[in-house]
Design a protein around this ligand. Sequence first.
Ligand SMILES: Cc1cc2nc3c(=O)[nH]c(=O)nc-3n(C[C@H](O)[C@H](O)[C@H](O)COP(=O)(O)OP(=O)(O)OC[C@H]3O[C@@H](n4cnc5c(N)ncnc54)[C@H](O)[C@@H]3O)c2cc1C
Length: 163
Amino acid sequence: MIYSNKDVRRQDRLLTEEAARGLLLSGEYGVLSMIDAEGSVYSIPINYVWDGISAIYLHCATEGRKLRAIDKNQTVSYCVVGRTNVISAKFTTEYESIVLECTAHRNLSREEKMKALELLIDKFSAADKTAGMASAERSFERTEIIRLDIIRWSGKSKKVSPG
Ligand SMILES: Cc1cc2nc3c(=O)[nH]c(=O)nc-3n(C[C@H](O)[C@H](O)[C@H](O)COP(=O)(O)OP(=O)(O)OC[C@H]3O[C@@H](n4cnc5c(N)ncnc54)[C@H](O)[C@@H]3O)c2cc1C
């Protein structure tokens, strides 16, 4: 997973890799963009968890347009937006965001899927881990896990100085 901001036009608006990792870890959801089976662009918001290394996991139902899309074209983009702040008087917005270029993978082993569900529960339902793991076991056959391997990513941030 290569962190590269060399293509960012505004080189004065870069997010440090450390800050980008912080956002990847703490972000709640991102927008997954795909090319669908008919060749149209298709984007949806979806929760995720980072494995702490070079992949994120998504969970969903076992059918639907996004699965048909990634089965046809595994190259996807995923964008996470962190804190934002509209500054009315300056006609601008402070923001932080990351864009991940990824390959999507399905047909994971049972072990990897359960590990991904555990990571999701740890991130989103840590206080209810026991019930969450039981629920994951119960709904396992009705749940698909997508792994996005992060090939390249970049991070941008805009901060407006006061005054
Ligand atoms: C903050 C947030 C987090 C989410 N997290 C998850 C998650 O972790 N797992 C998960 O499976 N889903 C999640 N969703 C729902 C997700 O956006 C999709 O609706 C869902 O995954 C179904 O996608 P699909 O391609 O299988 O839908 P399908 O039902 O196959 O799509 C059919 C059509 O429905 C429309 N559509 C699909 N999704 C949306 C949408 N979100 N908004 C408007 N129109 C839509 C599109 O026009 C699409 O062509 C989340 C949504 C939000 C807003």
